[in-house]
Ligand binder design. Sequence first.
Ligand code: SF4
Length: 329
Amino acid sequence: MLQQTQMERGIVYFNRWLERFPVVVDVALAAEDEILRYWEGLGYYARARNLHKAAKVIVEDYNCKVPSEYATLLELPGIGPYTAAAIASIAGNEDVVVVDANVNRVFARVFNIDQPVKTTEVQKKIRAVATALLPPGKARIFNQALMDFGGLLCSPKAPLCHICPVREFCRSYALGLVSVRPVLQKAQENIQIKRVAGIILQNGRIFMQQRKRSAVWGGLWEFPGGEIVVEDDENSQLDVALEIKKDTGLAVIAEQFAVEVKHQYTHHKIVLHCYFCRLQEHKADTPQLRSAEKYSWLSPGEADRLACPSGVRKVMEYLKQHRPELFSG
Ligand code: SF4
């Protein structure tokens, strides 16, 4: 929950999650749509789906008890070396090292590593040194201490070198290179994306489609549409019918501009232009979905209860505020 999410916000999600799913069996028995709804806004939806799958495995194969052995944890969906090491060492006190951003920073500074820390080669070296330093039987304390040391003392912007207990071993301190360690990889540039989408209304119902599991925002629901390349905003009304045709096979008429919403997603800045659309009367074909695996005609209230990407959620909020009559039926 905390990846790319601030602690304060993460806590709200965590508490809400625990209230609804207090034990692992509650997660296992829930429908995937509900899991995604509780995760909505956190991004990285594959994690939510994997958490759901892992809960099922834990209930079926491990009698509802989360395993604490590193090798067993690695077999659960969504659990990689970092999470497995964190659970195995902190919950099970198994002798495995946890290397997170804090630990990377401490090692990069103490050993004055002059290459980007995220490279496989450097990661291997840090892991090997940390493993050699780990006192057997004390992984729980060692890992927690290293992470806290990086978080509280050897912090990214203002490390407290003047009170640091390992200052005399710290090579980057001795060389005056603390501020340039760790070496970071060049930040990716923001990519601007313009999308159009249609709110297709038919007898008080809205057409919604569920994205393919393998795609970004997999399993989430959205309005159909697509990416466009034009610079001129006025042209987007012409594009929406075309994009909906490509995306769903449905022939629609874009009748009226609804709303523009902006949304940031990792390195993508997305501007979404939404239009109210209606089906061309003589062409009520069965949709041929391209980016989605499922569709449904839903009342706006039903659509609002589904898990959606943040941009679509903003459109829903707009509809509730500006077209409340749609929700009153
Ligand atoms: S001396 Fe400064 S840079 Fe080196 S480990 Fe201590 S806090 Fe970090």
